[in-house]
Design a protein around this ligand. Sequence first.
Ligand code: UD1
Ligand code: CA
Length: 458
Amino acid sequence: MGLAAVILAAGQGTRMKSRYSKVLHAVAGRAMLRYVLQAAVGAGAERVVVVAGYEAPAVAESVAGEAEVVIQKEQLGTAHALLQTENVLKSFGGDIMVLPGDTPLLCSGTLRDFYSAHVKEGAAATVLTACFSEPAGYGRVIRDAGGKVERIVEHRDATKEELLVHEVNTGVYCFRPGIFDILRKISPDNVQREYYLPDAVRLLREEGSPVAAWEAADPEEFFGINDRRQLAVAERIIRQRVVDALMDAGVTVVDPAVTYVDPGVTVGADTVIYPFTFLEGNTVIGSDARIGPWARIIDSRLGDYVVVQSAVVIGSAVADRAVLGPYTYIRPGTDVGPGAKVGGFVEVKKSVIGEGSKVPHLSYIGDTEIGSNVNVGAGTITCNYDGLQKWLTVIEDDAFIGSNTNLVAPVKIGKGAYIGAGSTITKDVPPYSLGIARGRQTNIPEWAKKKPESEGKE
Ligand code: UD1
Ligand code: CA
């Protein structure tokens, strides 16, 4: 036995006015189809089949390795879409749960309860319903005098009376094995000339098979995304859920309305997130950190007690007690050590900043290994690129780089060495030496008095 999930994702989603498949539009940083996939797996589906059609290669790519994909060449309706899975599922002996690909707010716990109810009831089909205060656009659930589900009527095909029904079809169903024969009996005699999956409910009932409806407690989970306004509503709901979970785990979020955290990001307790902060992708933040205002952290790992203000951090690691910002750009492959400081208008790329080292002002540090307790003076630039390739700069422990230095790579500054301010360093500097490379200063006495422009000024 067991359960297979079929996710219907072949439609274009014309109301999105997009050249991309609707189900690939992102909600809180990931394609809406991925939320449905995760909910299906979380509900206990041992196989997941995605029906793709419009932009099928991109849809298949987004679920590669996690779901089987079947193609619906022409999108003739949701019943026709499900029928395309017959070949891959006809030998599968278990139940089939059908899910729309455009409902990213689904929760796996609800789907699990729904499936249990379906199994307990022993129905040929169970439709998951919800009562919406604004049911416009959804199929309405029509029940008979005894309260049993009779059929589902699409909004466009409904009579005035039927439109008054608030109980809607969520687009989630469970079918017992052998559903495919009934799908073949569905005809497209409706306003849209489509093969409607909800018609399976009516047909099963007509042939005397038991059909059930299970009403979900929280209608919000079944909000379907058909246009960009609804996409924005879903985005807000998911972000609120994520931020609520962080707060429940002991994170202070000063203003949830302007805090953007992707699902999957983890943040330690007692960290404070200030407004206009974006935590994206596979980001992990330690505890007791201060993040923002204005921080964008993507695919990065930050330690405990880290302080970040007005910074962009991508694909990097920042150790405990390090301080970034304001106005700092940390590019991929950077490793900021414990207690290190990277300050204002500093860009760092693919570099190591060792423990306790400081790059406080106006620098570019690229392809560089900085040891511990190094001080890099204001305006220091590593010249890592010669027009053909990138070269490494090494600055060993305890070195002191004077302000406005150019370090022309490949170059190595030894342990404890000093560089005079304003130097352009092209050769290695041995440990504990002073490297200085600039024109010597000449003072010309009385020069100002003698120069022509100042004649007659006295
Ligand atoms: C559908 C239901 C409606 C329900 C609503 C819930 C039908 C006829 N109507 O309406 O009763 O209230 O969902 O959200 O099923 N798809 C395909 N192939 C197709 C057509 C659609 O794979 O040929 C996919 C779409 O990509 C989408 C899903 O099925 O992910 C639902 O299709 P959509 O057109 O959004 O249906 P609704 O009009 O919302
Ligand atoms: Ca829909």
